[in-house]
Write a protein that binds this ligand. Structure first.
Ligand SMILES: [Zn+2]
Length: 542
Protein backbone atom coordinates (compact mmCIF):
# COMPACT_ATOMS: atom_id res chain seq x y z
CA UNK A 1 0.00 0.00 0.00
CA UNK A 2 1.42 3.29 -1.07
CA UNK A 3 2.08 5.56 1.79
CA UNK A 4 0.26 8.88 1.72
CA UNK A 5 2.62 11.59 0.74
CA UNK A 6 3.11 13.96 3.64
CA UNK A 7 2.59 17.52 2.60
CA UNK A 8 4.58 19.87 4.73
CA UNK A 9 2.84 23.15 5.60
CA UNK A 10 5.09 25.98 4.78
CA UNK A 11 4.94 28.38 7.69
CA UNK A 12 3.53 31.72 6.69
CA UNK A 13 5.49 34.84 7.56
CA UNK A 14 4.28 36.54 10.72
CA UNK A 15 3.19 39.62 8.84
CA UNK A 16 0.78 37.51 6.80
CA UNK A 17 -1.09 36.06 9.75
CA UNK A 18 -0.63 38.97 12.08
CA UNK A 19 -3.24 41.69 12.28
CA UNK A 20 -2.44 45.34 12.31
CA UNK A 21 -3.24 47.35 15.39
CA UNK A 22 -2.37 50.86 16.55
CA UNK A 23 0.10 51.17 19.43
CA UNK A 24 -2.33 53.19 21.48
CA UNK A 25 -6.05 53.99 21.49
CA UNK A 26 -7.02 57.31 23.05
CA UNK A 27 -10.64 58.03 23.90
CA UNK A 28 -11.27 61.70 24.61
CA UNK A 29 -14.57 62.80 26.11
CA UNK A 30 -15.34 66.49 26.42
CA UNK A 31 -17.77 66.67 29.33
CA UNK A 32 -20.66 68.79 28.04
CA UNK A 33 -19.83 69.50 24.40
CA UNK A 34 -22.63 70.38 22.05
CA UNK A 35 -21.99 69.29 18.44
CA UNK A 36 -22.58 72.84 17.21
CA UNK A 37 -19.52 74.20 19.10
CA UNK A 38 -17.38 72.69 16.32
CA UNK A 39 -18.88 75.25 13.96
CA UNK A 40 -20.02 78.05 16.24
CA UNK A 41 -16.40 78.66 17.31
CA UNK A 42 -14.81 77.33 14.10
CA UNK A 43 -13.35 80.72 13.05
CA UNK A 44 -11.65 80.98 16.43
CA UNK A 45 -10.08 77.51 16.37
CA UNK A 46 -6.51 77.61 15.06
CA UNK A 47 -5.56 76.04 11.72
CA UNK A 48 -3.00 73.93 13.61
CA UNK A 49 -5.18 73.55 16.71
CA UNK A 50 -6.76 70.43 18.13
CA UNK A 51 -10.27 70.57 16.70
CA UNK A 52 -9.23 71.45 13.14
CA UNK A 53 -6.59 68.72 13.10
CA UNK A 54 -9.36 66.20 13.71
CA UNK A 55 -11.90 67.89 11.42
CA UNK A 56 -9.49 68.30 8.51
CA UNK A 57 -7.45 65.10 8.75
CA UNK A 58 -9.78 62.71 10.50
CA UNK A 59 -13.40 61.63 10.11
CA UNK A 60 -16.38 63.47 11.55
CA UNK A 61 -19.71 61.72 12.25
CA UNK A 62 -21.82 64.87 12.13
CA UNK A 63 -25.08 63.33 13.29
CA UNK A 64 -24.22 61.35 16.39
CA UNK A 65 -26.97 61.02 18.99
CA UNK A 66 -27.39 59.67 22.50
CA UNK A 67 -30.08 56.94 22.31
CA UNK A 68 -31.39 57.09 25.92
CA UNK A 69 -32.31 59.42 28.77
CA UNK A 70 -31.05 60.81 31.09
CA UNK A 71 -28.23 62.49 29.13
CA UNK A 72 -25.82 62.86 32.06
CA UNK A 73 -22.13 62.18 32.75
CA UNK A 74 -22.24 58.75 34.45
CA UNK A 75 -24.53 57.22 31.85
CA UNK A 76 -22.74 58.95 28.95
CA UNK A 77 -19.23 57.79 29.80
CA UNK A 78 -20.53 54.26 30.37
CA UNK A 79 -22.40 54.21 27.06
CA UNK A 80 -19.38 55.45 25.07
CA UNK A 81 -17.10 52.71 26.36
CA UNK A 82 -19.60 49.82 26.63
CA UNK A 83 -21.59 50.50 23.45
CA UNK A 84 -24.56 49.84 25.70
CA UNK A 85 -27.47 51.68 27.34
CA UNK A 86 -28.53 52.08 31.00
CA UNK A 87 -31.24 49.40 30.58
CA UNK A 88 -28.36 46.92 30.16
CA UNK A 89 -25.25 48.38 31.85
CA UNK A 90 -27.22 49.68 34.84
CA UNK A 91 -25.63 53.15 35.15
CA UNK A 92 -28.97 54.97 34.93
CA UNK A 93 -27.59 58.33 36.01
CA UNK A 94 -24.99 59.96 38.22
CA UNK A 95 -27.25 59.14 41.16
CA UNK A 96 -30.25 56.94 41.63
CA UNK A 97 -32.35 55.32 44.30
CA UNK A 98 -32.00 51.56 44.60
CA UNK A 99 -35.40 49.91 45.09
CA UNK A 100 -33.93 46.68 46.50
CA UNK A 101 -31.37 48.16 48.95
CA UNK A 102 -33.79 51.01 49.66
CA UNK A 103 -31.04 53.61 49.57
CA UNK A 104 -29.55 56.28 47.34
CA UNK A 105 -26.49 55.48 45.25
CA UNK A 106 -23.81 57.49 43.52
CA UNK A 107 -22.85 55.70 40.30
CA UNK A 108 -19.35 54.65 41.41
CA UNK A 109 -20.15 53.98 45.09
CA UNK A 110 -18.43 50.88 46.46
CA UNK A 111 -18.23 50.54 50.24
CA UNK A 112 -15.79 47.61 49.97
CA UNK A 113 -12.89 49.73 48.69
CA UNK A 114 -11.05 52.84 49.85
CA UNK A 115 -9.17 55.76 48.33
CA UNK A 116 -5.45 55.49 47.65
CA UNK A 117 -3.23 58.55 47.41
CA UNK A 118 -3.18 61.80 49.33
CA UNK A 119 -6.77 62.57 50.31
CA UNK A 120 -8.55 63.63 53.46
CA UNK A 121 -11.99 62.55 52.38
CA UNK A 122 -13.46 59.09 52.58
CA UNK A 123 -13.73 58.20 48.91
CA UNK A 124 -14.94 54.68 48.14
CA UNK A 125 -15.27 54.11 44.45
CA UNK A 126 -15.05 51.43 41.79
CA UNK A 127 -16.82 50.41 38.57
CA UNK A 128 -18.77 47.60 40.28
CA UNK A 129 -22.23 49.15 39.75
CA UNK A 130 -21.65 48.94 35.99
CA UNK A 131 -22.86 45.56 34.74
CA UNK A 132 -21.17 45.46 31.31
CA UNK A 133 -17.57 45.30 30.09
CA UNK A 134 -15.88 48.27 28.43
CA UNK A 135 -13.80 48.34 25.27
CA UNK A 136 -10.73 48.50 27.54
CA UNK A 137 -11.83 45.32 29.33
CA UNK A 138 -12.22 43.56 25.98
CA UNK A 139 -8.80 44.79 24.83
CA UNK A 140 -7.23 43.49 28.05
CA UNK A 141 -8.86 40.06 27.59
CA UNK A 142 -7.99 39.92 23.87
CA UNK A 143 -4.29 40.41 24.64
CA UNK A 144 -4.18 38.17 27.71
CA UNK A 145 -3.95 41.32 29.84
CA UNK A 146 -0.78 42.52 28.09
CA UNK A 147 -2.55 45.76 27.08
CA UNK A 148 -2.47 48.56 29.62
CA UNK A 149 -5.71 50.47 30.15
CA UNK A 150 -5.81 53.70 32.15
CA UNK A 151 -8.58 56.23 32.78
CA UNK A 152 -8.09 59.91 33.67
CA UNK A 153 -10.40 62.79 34.51
CA UNK A 154 -11.00 65.50 37.07
CA UNK A 155 -14.27 63.67 37.87
CA UNK A 156 -14.11 60.26 39.57
CA UNK A 157 -16.95 58.74 37.53
CA UNK A 158 -15.45 59.99 34.25
CA UNK A 159 -12.16 58.21 35.02
CA UNK A 160 -13.53 54.99 36.56
CA UNK A 161 -16.40 54.03 34.25
CA UNK A 162 -14.52 54.49 30.92
CA UNK A 163 -11.47 52.53 32.11
CA UNK A 164 -13.63 49.55 33.05
CA UNK A 165 -13.43 46.60 35.43
CA UNK A 166 -10.07 45.11 34.47
CA UNK A 167 -8.22 48.42 34.02
CA UNK A 168 -4.70 48.97 35.34
CA UNK A 169 -5.82 52.17 36.98
CA UNK A 170 -8.12 55.16 37.04
CA UNK A 171 -7.04 58.52 38.48
CA UNK A 172 -9.15 61.54 39.28
CA UNK A 173 -8.71 64.90 40.92
CA UNK A 174 -9.54 65.15 44.57
CA UNK A 175 -10.70 68.17 46.60
CA UNK A 176 -7.30 68.32 48.26
CA UNK A 177 -5.68 69.12 44.92
CA UNK A 178 -4.13 65.75 44.10
CA UNK A 179 -4.86 62.95 41.67
CA UNK A 180 -5.98 59.88 43.59
CA UNK A 181 -7.21 56.35 42.86
CA UNK A 182 -8.96 53.41 44.51
CA UNK A 183 -7.83 50.27 46.35
CA UNK A 184 -9.96 48.52 43.72
CA UNK A 185 -7.01 48.94 41.33
CA UNK A 186 -3.91 49.23 43.52
CA UNK A 187 -2.53 49.36 47.07
CA UNK A 188 -0.93 52.76 46.59
CA UNK A 189 -0.57 55.24 43.74
CA UNK A 190 2.57 54.83 41.61
CA UNK A 191 5.58 57.06 42.27
CA UNK A 192 4.97 59.05 39.08
CA UNK A 193 1.52 60.09 40.39
CA UNK A 194 3.06 61.16 43.71
CA UNK A 195 5.73 63.11 41.81
CA UNK A 196 3.09 64.78 39.65
CA UNK A 197 1.06 65.73 42.74
CA UNK A 198 4.13 67.20 44.43
CA UNK A 199 4.52 69.66 41.56
CA UNK A 200 1.41 71.48 42.88
CA UNK A 201 0.39 72.39 39.34
CA UNK A 202 -2.96 73.72 40.58
CA UNK A 203 -1.20 76.45 42.61
CA UNK A 204 0.62 77.84 39.59
CA UNK A 205 -2.54 77.61 37.46
CA UNK A 206 -4.51 79.49 40.14
CA UNK A 207 -1.89 82.23 40.23
CA UNK A 208 -2.41 82.81 36.48
CA UNK A 209 -6.04 83.87 37.13
CA UNK A 210 -8.70 83.47 34.41
CA UNK A 211 -8.26 86.35 32.02
CA UNK A 212 -9.69 86.87 28.55
CA UNK A 213 -7.63 84.80 26.16
CA UNK A 214 -8.53 86.50 22.88
CA UNK A 215 -6.95 89.90 22.28
CA UNK A 216 -8.65 93.22 21.63
CA UNK A 217 -9.10 93.70 17.88
CA UNK A 218 -7.62 97.07 16.88
CA UNK A 219 -9.42 97.16 13.51
CA UNK A 220 -12.92 96.44 14.78
CA UNK A 221 -12.25 98.02 18.18
CA UNK A 222 -13.88 95.03 19.87
CA UNK A 223 -13.25 91.67 21.43
CA UNK A 224 -14.00 88.64 19.24
CA UNK A 225 -16.15 87.49 22.14
CA UNK A 226 -19.00 89.80 21.15
CA UNK A 227 -19.29 88.27 17.72
CA UNK A 228 -19.78 84.74 19.03
CA UNK A 229 -21.17 85.03 22.55
CA UNK A 230 -22.62 87.44 25.08
CA UNK A 231 -22.03 88.77 28.57
CA UNK A 232 -23.99 86.32 30.70
CA UNK A 233 -23.36 88.03 34.03
CA UNK A 234 -26.99 89.16 34.38
CA UNK A 235 -28.28 85.60 34.58
CA UNK A 236 -25.32 83.24 35.20
CA UNK A 237 -24.22 81.58 38.40
CA UNK A 238 -21.26 83.09 40.27
CA UNK A 239 -18.92 80.22 41.16
CA UNK A 240 -16.10 82.58 42.26
CA UNK A 241 -18.21 84.65 44.62
CA UNK A 242 -20.89 87.31 44.34
CA UNK A 243 -18.39 90.10 43.66
CA UNK A 244 -16.83 88.33 40.65
CA UNK A 245 -19.45 88.40 37.91
CA UNK A 246 -17.34 88.51 34.75
CA UNK A 247 -13.90 87.90 33.23
CA UNK A 248 -11.18 88.33 34.44
CA UNK A 249 -11.53 86.15 37.55
CA UNK A 250 -9.02 86.27 40.37
CA UNK A 251 -8.26 82.71 41.53
CA UNK A 252 -5.35 83.43 43.87
CA UNK A 253 -7.62 83.37 46.93
CA UNK A 254 -8.08 79.63 46.42
CA UNK A 255 -4.37 78.74 46.73
CA UNK A 256 -3.93 76.57 49.78
CA UNK A 257 -7.66 76.71 50.48
CA UNK A 258 -10.03 75.34 47.85
CA UNK A 259 -8.79 73.10 45.05
CA UNK A 260 -12.20 72.22 43.62
CA UNK A 261 -12.59 75.63 41.93
CA UNK A 262 -9.97 74.88 39.30
CA UNK A 263 -12.49 72.57 37.63
CA UNK A 264 -14.71 75.58 36.83
CA UNK A 265 -11.90 77.28 34.89
CA UNK A 266 -10.14 76.42 31.60
CA UNK A 267 -7.06 75.72 33.75
CA UNK A 268 -8.75 72.42 34.68
CA UNK A 269 -8.17 71.25 31.11
CA UNK A 270 -4.51 72.32 31.27
CA UNK A 271 -4.05 70.35 34.50
CA UNK A 272 -5.63 67.20 33.07
CA UNK A 273 -3.62 67.36 29.85
CA UNK A 274 -0.41 67.55 31.89
CA UNK A 275 -1.55 64.51 33.85
CA UNK A 276 -2.30 62.69 30.57
CA UNK A 277 1.22 63.39 29.29
CA UNK A 278 2.65 62.13 32.58
CA UNK A 279 0.58 58.93 32.31
CA UNK A 280 1.68 58.19 28.74
CA UNK A 281 5.36 58.81 29.56
CA UNK A 282 5.54 57.02 32.90
CA UNK A 283 3.30 54.08 32.09
CA UNK A 284 5.09 53.72 28.73
CA UNK A 285 1.75 53.65 26.92
CA UNK A 286 2.11 52.64 23.28
CA UNK A 287 5.56 51.16 23.90
CA UNK A 288 4.66 47.58 24.78
CA UNK A 289 4.00 44.54 22.62
CA UNK A 290 0.21 44.95 22.85
CA UNK A 291 -2.05 47.91 22.07
CA UNK A 292 -2.66 50.14 25.10
CA UNK A 293 -5.63 52.37 25.83
CA UNK A 294 -5.95 55.73 27.57
CA UNK A 295 -9.28 57.39 28.34
CA UNK A 296 -9.20 61.12 29.04
CA UNK A 297 -12.31 63.06 30.06
CA UNK A 298 -12.09 66.86 30.22
CA UNK A 299 -14.52 67.95 32.96
CA UNK A 300 -14.07 71.74 32.98
CA UNK A 301 -16.40 72.49 30.05
CA UNK A 302 -19.19 70.88 32.10
CA UNK A 303 -18.54 72.95 35.24
CA UNK A 304 -18.20 76.12 33.17
CA UNK A 305 -21.31 75.30 31.14
CA UNK A 306 -23.38 74.69 34.27
CA UNK A 307 -22.33 78.05 35.67
CA UNK A 308 -22.47 80.26 32.57
CA UNK A 309 -24.32 78.39 29.79
CA UNK A 310 -23.28 77.75 26.19
CA UNK A 311 -23.68 81.34 24.97
CA UNK A 312 -21.31 83.01 27.43
CA UNK A 313 -17.88 84.61 26.99
CA UNK A 314 -16.67 82.12 29.58
CA UNK A 315 -17.59 79.00 27.61
CA UNK A 316 -16.23 80.50 24.38
CA UNK A 317 -12.97 81.33 26.16
CA UNK A 318 -12.86 77.78 27.56
CA UNK A 319 -13.24 76.14 24.13
CA UNK A 320 -10.69 78.39 22.42
CA UNK A 321 -8.21 77.46 25.14
CA UNK A 322 -9.22 73.78 24.97
CA UNK A 323 -8.35 73.87 21.25
CA UNK A 324 -4.76 74.74 22.28
CA UNK A 325 -4.71 72.11 25.02
CA UNK A 326 -5.78 69.42 22.54
CA UNK A 327 -3.18 70.60 19.99
CA UNK A 328 -0.49 70.30 22.66
CA UNK A 329 -1.64 66.77 23.55
CA UNK A 330 -1.74 65.63 19.90
CA UNK A 331 1.76 67.03 19.27
CA UNK A 332 2.95 65.18 22.36
CA UNK A 333 1.39 61.93 21.10
CA UNK A 334 3.06 62.43 17.70
CA UNK A 335 6.47 62.71 19.32
CA UNK A 336 6.13 59.96 21.94
CA UNK A 337 3.87 57.34 20.34
CA UNK A 338 4.46 58.37 16.73
CA UNK A 339 2.33 60.05 14.10
CA UNK A 340 -0.08 57.55 12.56
CA UNK A 341 0.67 55.03 15.31
CA UNK A 342 -2.32 55.82 17.49
CA UNK A 343 -6.08 55.86 16.97
CA UNK A 344 -8.03 58.60 18.67
CA UNK A 345 -11.68 59.50 19.00
CA UNK A 346 -13.20 62.60 20.53
CA UNK A 347 -16.81 62.79 21.62
CA UNK A 348 -19.00 64.12 24.44
CA UNK A 349 -21.08 62.57 27.20
CA UNK A 350 -23.92 65.04 26.58
CA UNK A 351 -24.61 68.58 25.40
CA UNK A 352 -26.44 71.35 27.26
CA UNK A 353 -29.47 73.59 26.84
CA UNK A 354 -29.35 77.35 26.68
CA UNK A 355 -29.40 78.85 30.16
CA UNK A 356 -32.98 79.92 31.06
CA UNK A 357 -31.85 83.53 31.64
CA UNK A 358 -30.53 83.63 28.07
CA UNK A 359 -33.86 82.25 26.81
CA UNK A 360 -35.92 84.89 28.56
CA UNK A 361 -33.55 87.70 27.48
CA UNK A 362 -34.07 86.69 23.85
CA UNK A 363 -37.77 85.70 24.03
CA UNK A 364 -36.97 82.03 23.51
CA UNK A 365 -39.02 79.25 25.11
CA UNK A 366 -37.58 77.63 28.22
CA UNK A 367 -37.30 77.91 31.98
CA UNK A 368 -36.61 75.94 35.13
CA UNK A 369 -38.18 72.77 36.44
CA UNK A 370 -37.87 73.09 40.21
CA UNK A 371 -37.42 69.47 41.29
CA UNK A 372 -36.94 70.05 45.01
CA UNK A 373 -39.87 72.39 45.49
CA UNK A 374 -42.04 70.09 43.34
CA UNK A 375 -41.28 67.19 45.69
CA UNK A 376 -42.03 69.35 48.73
CA UNK A 377 -45.32 70.58 47.30
CA UNK A 378 -46.41 67.08 46.24
CA UNK A 379 -45.64 65.66 49.69
CA UNK A 380 -47.65 68.41 51.41
CA UNK A 381 -50.68 67.84 49.20
CA UNK A 382 -50.35 64.03 49.35
CA UNK A 383 -50.18 64.18 53.16
CA UNK A 384 -53.43 66.15 53.22
CA UNK A 385 -55.12 63.67 50.89
CA UNK A 386 -53.69 60.33 52.09
CA UNK A 387 -52.84 61.17 55.71
CA UNK A 388 -49.15 60.23 55.42
CA UNK A 389 -46.16 62.52 54.86
CA UNK A 390 -43.10 61.84 52.66
CA UNK A 391 -44.88 59.59 50.17
CA UNK A 392 -42.56 60.89 47.45
CA UNK A 393 -38.90 60.06 48.08
CA UNK A 394 -37.58 62.43 45.47
CA UNK A 395 -37.03 63.19 41.80
CA UNK A 396 -33.86 62.02 40.11
CA UNK A 397 -33.11 61.70 36.40
CA UNK A 398 -36.58 63.16 35.70
CA UNK A 399 -38.20 60.22 37.44
CA UNK A 400 -40.38 60.42 40.57
CA UNK A 401 -39.50 57.79 43.15
CA UNK A 402 -42.40 56.88 45.43
CA UNK A 403 -41.73 55.73 48.99
CA UNK A 404 -42.62 52.05 48.51
CA UNK A 405 -41.91 50.77 52.07
CA UNK A 406 -43.99 53.61 53.54
CA UNK A 407 -46.89 53.06 51.13
CA UNK A 408 -46.83 49.38 52.01
CA UNK A 409 -46.60 49.82 55.80
CA UNK A 410 -49.42 52.40 55.78
CA UNK A 411 -51.49 50.09 53.53
CA UNK A 412 -52.06 52.88 51.03
CA UNK A 413 -53.23 52.50 47.43
CA UNK A 414 -50.04 52.88 45.37
CA UNK A 415 -51.96 53.20 42.11
CA UNK A 416 -54.06 56.06 43.49
CA UNK A 417 -50.95 57.91 44.73
CA UNK A 418 -49.23 57.43 41.40
CA UNK A 419 -52.27 58.71 39.49
CA UNK A 420 -52.41 61.75 41.76
CA UNK A 421 -48.70 62.43 41.13
CA UNK A 422 -49.13 62.14 37.36
CA UNK A 423 -52.12 64.46 37.41
CA UNK A 424 -50.25 66.98 39.57
CA UNK A 425 -47.17 66.97 37.34
CA UNK A 426 -49.21 67.39 34.17
CA UNK A 427 -50.46 70.73 35.54
CA UNK A 428 -46.93 72.13 35.94
CA UNK A 429 -45.67 74.80 33.50
CA UNK A 430 -42.38 72.97 32.83
CA UNK A 431 -43.93 69.55 32.22
CA UNK A 432 -44.97 68.22 28.80
CA UNK A 433 -45.67 64.62 29.80
CA UNK A 434 -45.83 62.56 32.97
CA UNK A 435 -46.67 58.88 32.92
CA UNK A 436 -46.35 55.54 34.69
CA UNK A 437 -42.95 54.21 33.62
CA UNK A 438 -44.04 50.59 33.74
CA UNK A 439 -46.97 51.37 31.48
CA UNK A 440 -44.91 53.18 28.83
CA UNK A 441 -46.05 50.67 26.19
CA UNK A 442 -49.62 52.00 26.49
CA UNK A 443 -48.74 55.68 26.82
CA UNK A 444 -49.01 57.87 23.70
CA UNK A 445 -45.52 59.35 23.44
CA UNK A 446 -43.43 59.63 20.24
CA UNK A 447 -41.56 56.50 19.18
CA UNK A 448 -38.18 58.19 19.63
CA UNK A 449 -38.91 59.44 23.15
CA UNK A 450 -40.32 56.02 24.06
CA UNK A 451 -37.18 54.27 22.86
CA UNK A 452 -34.93 56.68 24.76
CA UNK A 453 -36.90 56.19 28.01
CA UNK A 454 -36.95 52.40 27.61
CA UNK A 455 -33.20 52.36 26.89
CA UNK A 456 -32.70 54.21 30.19
CA UNK A 457 -34.97 51.95 32.23
CA UNK A 458 -33.37 49.55 34.72
CA UNK A 459 -36.19 48.38 37.06
CA UNK A 460 -34.38 48.09 40.39
CA UNK A 461 -32.82 51.54 39.92
CA UNK A 462 -35.78 53.29 38.29
CA UNK A 463 -38.43 55.65 39.59
CA UNK A 464 -42.19 55.20 39.19
CA UNK A 465 -43.26 58.20 37.12
CA UNK A 466 -41.36 59.55 34.11
CA UNK A 467 -41.36 63.30 33.53
CA UNK A 468 -40.70 64.78 30.10
CA UNK A 469 -40.21 68.53 30.32
CA UNK A 470 -41.02 70.98 27.54
CA UNK A 471 -38.10 71.97 25.24
CA UNK A 472 -35.76 74.48 26.88
CA UNK A 473 -36.68 73.57 30.47
CA UNK A 474 -33.81 72.55 32.73
CA UNK A 475 -33.84 70.92 36.13
CA UNK A 476 -32.62 72.88 39.12
CA UNK A 477 -33.38 76.02 40.99
CA UNK A 478 -31.31 78.39 38.89
CA UNK A 479 -29.42 80.46 38.01
CA UNK A 480 -27.31 77.55 36.76
CA UNK A 481 -27.74 75.64 33.49
CA UNK A 482 -28.16 71.89 33.09
CA UNK A 483 -28.73 68.89 30.82
CA UNK A 484 -30.29 65.43 31.02
CA UNK A 485 -33.23 65.45 28.60
CA UNK A 486 -33.93 63.83 25.20
CA UNK A 487 -33.81 67.05 23.20
CA UNK A 488 -31.14 67.60 20.49
CA UNK A 489 -29.28 70.25 22.50
CA UNK A 490 -28.48 67.54 25.09
CA UNK A 491 -28.33 64.48 22.82
CA UNK A 492 -26.55 65.67 19.63
CA UNK A 493 -22.83 65.19 20.29
CA UNK A 494 -19.60 65.52 18.27
CA UNK A 495 -17.83 62.34 17.17
CA UNK A 496 -14.42 62.75 15.57
CA UNK A 497 -11.96 59.99 14.63
CA UNK A 498 -8.29 60.39 13.85
CA UNK A 499 -5.10 58.44 13.22
CA UNK A 500 -4.27 54.81 12.60
CA UNK A 501 -6.91 53.04 10.48
CA UNK A 502 -9.09 56.15 10.11
CA UNK A 503 -10.27 57.59 6.81
CA UNK A 504 -10.40 61.29 6.08
CA UNK A 505 -13.91 62.65 5.62
CA UNK A 506 -17.27 63.35 7.14
CA UNK A 507 -20.75 61.90 7.07
CA UNK A 508 -24.23 63.16 7.91
CA UNK A 509 -25.54 59.63 8.41
CA UNK A 510 -27.29 59.25 11.75
CA UNK A 511 -25.19 57.19 14.17
CA UNK A 512 -25.31 56.74 17.94
CA UNK A 513 -23.12 56.99 20.99
CA UNK A 514 -23.51 53.19 21.27
CA UNK A 515 -21.72 52.78 17.90
CA UNK A 516 -18.37 54.08 19.18
CA UNK A 517 -17.31 50.97 21.15
CA UNK A 518 -18.11 48.41 18.39
CA UNK A 519 -16.27 50.60 15.87
CA UNK A 520 -13.17 50.64 18.08
CA UNK A 521 -13.56 46.86 18.51
CA UNK A 522 -13.73 46.38 14.73
CA UNK A 523 -10.61 48.53 14.21
CA UNK A 524 -8.71 46.45 16.77
CA UNK A 525 -10.18 43.09 15.68
CA UNK A 526 -11.36 42.34 19.20
CA UNK A 527 -14.74 41.30 20.59
CA UNK A 528 -17.18 44.11 21.25
CA UNK A 529 -18.14 44.69 24.92
CA UNK A 530 -20.63 42.21 26.39
CA UNK A 531 -23.62 44.56 26.65
CA UNK A 532 -23.03 46.25 23.30
CA UNK A 533 -26.10 47.04 21.19
CA UNK A 534 -24.39 49.50 18.79
CA UNK A 535 -23.31 48.95 15.21
CA UNK A 536 -19.90 49.39 13.58
CA UNK A 537 -19.59 52.66 11.62
CA UNK A 538 -17.77 51.36 8.50
CA UNK A 539 -17.47 54.85 6.95
CA UNK A 540 -14.74 55.93 9.36
CA UNK A 541 -12.42 53.00 8.63
CA UNK A 542 -9.81 52.78 5.88
ZN1 LIG B 1 -23.10 68.32 33.78
Amino acid sequence: MAQKKHIAHKPRPVTEIGIGRPKLVIGIVIDQMRWDYLYRYNDLFKADGGFKRLLNNGFSCENTFIPYVPTVTGAGHTCIYTGSVPAIHGIVGNNWFDNIDNRAYYCTDDSTVHAVGDTTVDVRMSPKNMFATTIGDELRMATNFKSKVIGLSLKDRAAILPAGHAANGAYWYDKKGYFISSSYYMDSVPTWVETFNKRRVADSLYSLAWVKYLPWNLTTQSYAYDQYAEDASAYSDRPFGKNQSQLPYDLSKYIGKDYSKIATTPQGNVLLEMMAEAAVSNEQLGKGTATDMLTVSFSSPDYIGHAYGPDSYEQLDDYVRLDDVLAKFFNFLDSTVGKGQYTLFLTADHGVSHIPGFDSTHHLPGGYFYGDSTVKEMNQQLAAKFGTDSLVKGIDNFQVYLNHPLIQSASLDKKAIEEWVIHYLQQQTAVAQAFDLKDIGNYPVTAMQKEMVVNGYFPSRAGDVQIIVKPGFVEGGGPADSHGVWNPYDSHIPLLWYGWGIKQGASNKEVYMTDIAPTVAALLHIQMPDGCIGKVIPDVMK
